[in-house]
Design a protein around this ligand. Structure first.
Ligand code: GLV
Ligand code: MN
Ligand code: MN
Length: 412
């Protein structure tokens, strides 16, 4: 049997480079959900899928899905893939690597006309990062039927509702429910993803198997105080929202630093009106807290809310705290992970099992179908950063592991 070779690795890296060019900014990679660049990325991936002999559909949330039928038409599918949206100033592998490794694996079977006892599907999820609407897994949740239609009322930073963004993207929000798949349509889901951490590099291993995905909560905080003259309003008469935010942010760092199983990040803050000689009357910031322990995460969130309310109240500032995202931690499917581990054992001196601190579409898919994840070694452990990098040979090994996993599943 011909397995992926240097050409496969080159094609993978060339496709990654093509998707990297599809960005909202000329200076860095940023591709948010339902933008013109999302449209171009979907169209490009659809073109590759069609060239590989897959039938292609885009569902009503904007997931792009290519299908290669099994021995019998309409058999349940093993779906594979990841997301095509990115963070701001993103690396080019987060998400895209999983879509393109999945495509390469299906191409392997399609090229040979080799049908399996299940269909193969490649998915490019529409939104995993949640940059535009602060609510993650929009694509995978639409597929599992867990996407609440109330989400359509969310507004982005430019005041565009998700409903209107989808209409501009060419979708019909009233038909969102049609993106839902039946559990019986799927036999499982597999996601390849850059590790985004240092473990595989430290262990000198190209790939590893994910055990679980950490739980996460996001908060959106709004502080309303009073703007005023920086020179004339005495300190004790101020209602300075940026000071309340600063005190809250330090508390978040303190709370999360106190436990190695917690991480907490304030990734965005905006102060209004934003002038050096004006007291900030209105401040918004985001909070992102993760933990493998749901109990610790929930306790930390309670404590953080309490600190924000106190920091605000002590300055006569009103605080509004919304929680746009909360997901529990979840274990990957034991059977799929074991089969993947057997395939990993063919290419690695040992099988590394790794818990994921990052969120992934697999977490959403696990609610519907047995799902597993394969991590690919990440240079320097750097991710969510333009320096994110993998070796082409590691990508080729991930593709081989996917193919062998599918072959093993076919024998079951
Ligand atoms: C996705 O990358 C996340 O974990 O925020
Ligand atoms: Mn990411
Ligand atoms: Mn990702």
């Amino acid at each position: 049997m011909n397995m992926p070779n240097e050409d496969t690795a080159n094609t993978l890296m060339q496709r990654i480079a093509v998707l990297e060019q599809i960005s909202e900014s000329p200076d860095f990679l940023c591709r948010r959900f339902a933008t013109a660049e999302h449209r171009r990325a979907n169209d490009q991936v659809a073109e590759w899928m069609k060239a590989a002999g897959l039938t292609v559909q885009e569902d009503q949330i904007g997931n792009i899905i290519g299908r290669f039928e099994g021995i019998e038409n309409d058999a349940p599918a093993i779906m594979m893939g990841s997301h095509l949206d990115t963070v701001v100033k993103a690396g080019k592998y987060d998400g895209m690597l999983g879509v393109l490794c999945a495509l390469a694996a299906v191409e392997h079977f399609a090229k040979r006309g080799e049908r399996l006892p299940f269909a193969l599907e490649v998915v490019g999820f529409a939104d995993e990062e949640g940059v535009r609407y602060h609510s993650t897994y929009l694509g995978s949740k639409a597929i599992t039927g867990k996407l609440d239609v109330a989400e359509l009322d969310r507004i982005d930073g430019e005041g565009i509702s998700m409903r209107n963004a989808l209409i501009q993207f060419g979708k019909d929000p009233e038909q969102l429910h049609t993106a839902k798949r039946q559990a019986s349509d799927l036999r499982g889901f597999i996601e390849v993803h850059i590790e985004q951490g240092p473990v595989l590099e430290r262990e000198n291993l190209p790939v590893g198997v994910v055990t679980s995905i950490a739980g996460a909560t996001r908060l959106a905080v709004q502080l309303h105080g009073e703007a005023g003259h920086a020179g004339t309003v005495p300190m004790h008469l101020r209602r300075d929202t940026l000071c309340a935010a600063a005190e809250s942010i330090c508390a978040i760092e303190r709370i999360c630093k106190a436990d190695p199983e917690l991480v907490g990040t304030v990734g965005r803050i905006d102060a209004d009106p934003g002038a050096s000689n004006v007291i900030p009357g209105h401040t918004t910031f985001t909070v992102d807290v993760r933990s493998p322990s749901d109990e610790k995460r929930l306790r930390a969130i309670d404590e953080i809310k309490h600190h924000i309310l106190n920091a605000a109240a002590s300055r006569g500032v009103e605080a509004q705290i919304e929680q746009p995202h909360a997901e529990p931690s979840i274990d990957c499917d034991a059977d799929i992970s074991r089969i993947m581990a057997e395939a990993v054992g063919n290419h690695c001196t040992s099988v590394q099992w790794i818990p994921s601190g990052a969120g992934h579409d697999t977490a959403a898919m696990l609610e519907m179908t047995p799902s597993g994840m394969l991590f690919v070694r990440c240079k320097g452990g750097i991710s969510h950063h333009p320096d994110e990098s993998i070796e082409a040979e590691d990508g080729a090994i991930a593709i081989k592991v996917l193919i062998e996993t599918l072959q093993k599943l076919a024998q079951q």
